[in-house]
Write a protein that binds this ligand. Structure first.
Ligand code: K7E
Ligand code: CUA
Length: 618
């Protein structure tokens, strides 16, 4: 894949710039349609920065979580173009996901998910472009293969995990993708205990999902028993802090009821620091108590495994700096964000510089481990990083992004967001080598920034140019609900295929010649081997008996880019899509008698409409 250089883009917009300069000289008023207060040269400069000429390609991919849509959305940056939707936890008729046998089985009984935090796989702390992990609140993590942008595995619901929000963050070598309970419950699941016993009988768990370094296959790694706090966000240590993973926790009051009051009593909550290599060793030794079918390790019995770092009231994001030296914890009810120093944390652990414990887990002394309280502004949530020692923190209450310097802790710039920013994402901004250049504010509300579409409003995302000292807002674009976190990766790191090579298709029911298509019967089980290629569905008709169990295996024998075929069967709720070179099966009971037309759903040629046939149920 060739990425056009900036030179071409510059040339393509030279006209706009010239116009801007000219207009700037004689009449600095904004052209019709420009936002109030904008001069022509402002608009032209911003346009030039985000303009990707027809036929040119974006420089970055942005993978954004789709919240409770259960999906992932792929955007190109800087254009903000929506390129693709990757269905993950929710059926998606556009690609037939959740309708064919394999994806239906992968989804299981749950047909929705709530995705928050994508995690691109890493090698030595840098995105490697292989896989994308994404959490679901229903105790699950999915793995998407970036070779074909398809969901390949969903693990879970993992025992004892409840409200998997602090997930799917990966360790720097993608050894683990982690999970954390946001809603503590009595474990194992299925135990009913009254809420009055919350403080003692409810438990949270922190979990490591092991990732096979070759295949990406996920399996259960380790699980740690924790006090009944609400574990919220997480991030793995890197370089000097590699081997540790951090989770923020609110409601350390162990309160119930109206949490907005009851869980905001203490001045400080915690960040849990977990030695994941020790967790790995303990799990290998079989340490822990069997709960809900998995071994759960008690940190009280295994000193050194977990420590609590006191943090500003009700923390949300916890983010580790590119060099691994600082752990940034944002107390969302405060006006500051706290920078903890990893070296000081290690020293405090060594010196047992504790102020107490929570269920046997030592609490480190705040004054001994913090380096600075950075006055970023009100409602700090999440922090991302640039290549030059700068950090960017989203401010929900102030509805802005603050730029500040690691080490000197100086706040150097702020840019307002419209409206109410949640997460933010800078290019490769949570890796050991951030790219800088672009920062996206993932806003929760859009307040009149778009043509009205009725009460169900889109969310606004805003692109900020961070190449210069002052941040510059250059583009609004709109995302499907509900963007939480997103990650931005250089486009040339992803090597995707566009056709499944014939020789890789090992499906037992695949047929590559229309001569081999046909129907076989075994008792009341009917198997239909079907071939789709421009512009016929073979067989063009077939008959089954009422009550038969029918499996249709469709092979799309095309080896040409973008030659997808679909199979929709009317009145039978069947809708699958088969990519070039792929075989998919769909199994159903022939419950209704009659004649049911089937057809190709994906436009494939001038004779696309001719790709049709009849299922006859007698
Ligand atoms: Cu801040 Cu779920 Cu990461 Cu939403 S979370 S913003
Ligand atoms: Cu095949 Cu349309």
């Amino acid at each position: 894949m060739k990425i056009e250089g900036k030179g071409k883009v510059l040339a393509s917009v030279a006209g706009i710039v010239a116009l801007g300069l000219l207009a700037g000289r004689c009449a600095p008023s904004a052209p019709k349609g420009a936002r109030k207060g904008a001069t022509v040269s402002d608009a032209a400069q911003a346009a030039m920065k985000v303009y990707v000429a027809p036929g040119d390609l974006d420089e970055y991919y942005m993978f954004a979580s789709g919240g409770h849509s259960g999906q992932m959305y792929v955007y190109g940056l800087p254009s903000g173009r929506h390129l693709s939707t990757i269905p993950v936890f929710t059926p998606y008729p556009a690609t037939g996901y959740g309708f064919d046998d394999d994806s239906k089985k992968m989804l299981g009984e749950l047909t929705w998910g709530d995705t928050h935090h994508p995690a691109l796989s890493e090698t030595n702390g840098d995105y490697d472009g292989r896989w994308l992990f994404i959490n679901d609140m229903n105790g699950r993590i999915a793995r998407i293969d970036l070779r074909d942008f398809k969901t390949k595995q969903i693990i879970g619901p993992v025992p004892n995990v409840s409200g998997n929000h602090g997930s799917s963050f990966v360790t720097p070598g993608t050894e683990y993708s982690v999970m954390a309970s946001r809603f503590s419950i009595p474990i194992p699941k299925g135990t009913a205990v009254e809420v009055a016993k919350y403080a003692t009988d409810y438990k949270g768990v922190l979990t490591g999902i092991k990732v096979d370094p070759k295949t990406g296959e996920m399996s259960f790694g380790w699980q740690i028993l924790m006090p009944p706090f609400d574990y919220d966000l997480g991030d793995a240590g890197k370089l000097v802090s590699n081997g540790w993973v951090f989770f923020s926790a609110y409601n350390t009051e162990r309160a119930t009821g109206k949490l907005e009051i009851t869980a905001s009593q203490r001045d400080r909550d915690y960040i849990a620091a977990v030695d994941w290599r020790m967790a790995e060793q303990l799990a290998a030794k079989g340490e822990g108590q069997l709960i809900g079918g998995v071994k759960v390790i008690d940190p009280a019995k295994n000193p050194g495994l977990v420590y609590f770092m006191p943090c500003g009231k009700s923390p949300h994001g916890v983010d580790v700096s590119p060099d691994g030296k600082y752990v940034i914890g944002s107390g969302k009810l405060a006006g500051i964000t706290t920078a903890f120093n990893w070296e000081k944390i290690e020293t405090a652990i060594r010196n047992k510089d504790f102020t107490g414990d929570e269920d046997g887990i030592p609490v480190l002394k705040y004054e001994s481990i913090k380096d600075a309280e950075v006055p970023v502004g009100l409602g700090p949530l999440h922090t991302q990083f640039g290549p030059d020692g700068y950090a960017y923190t989203s401010l929900f209450v102030d509805s802005a992004i603050a730029k500040w310097k690691l080490g000197t802790w100086e706040v150097v710039d702020k840019v307002p967001m419209s409206y109410s920013i949640g997460h933010l994402s800078s290019a490769e901004g949570d890796t050991v080598s951030p790219d800088g250049k672009w920062l996206v504010g993932l806003n929760k509300l859009s307040h009149g920034r778009h043509l009205t579409v009725g009460p169900s409003q889109p969310e606004s995302s805003q692109l900020v140019d961070i190449t210069e000292e002052k941040m510059k807002l250059v583009l609004d674009f709109f995302t499907e609900p509900e963007p939480h976190y997103a990650q931005i990766i250089k486009a040339d790191k992803i090597k995707a295929i566009e056709v499944y090579p014939k020789e890789e298709n090992k499906h037992p029911l695949a047929v590559w010649d229309v001569k081999d298509a046909g129907v076989t019967r075994n008792g009341n089980k009917v198997t239909v081997k079907m071939v789709e290629v421009r512009s016929t569905i073979t067989p063009t008709d077939f008959e089954v008996k009422e009550g038969d169990e029918v499996t249709i295996a469709v092979t799309n024998i095309e080896q040409t880019t973008d030659e997808l075929h679909g199979l929709g069967i009317l009145d039978y709720n069947i809708n699958i899509v088969i990519d070039p070179g792929e075989t998919k099966t769909v199994t159903f009971k022939a419950k209704k008698k009659g004649v049911f037309p089937y057809y190709c759903t994906n436009f494939c040629s001038a004779l696309h409409q001719e790709m049709q046939g009849y299922l006859i149920v007698r």
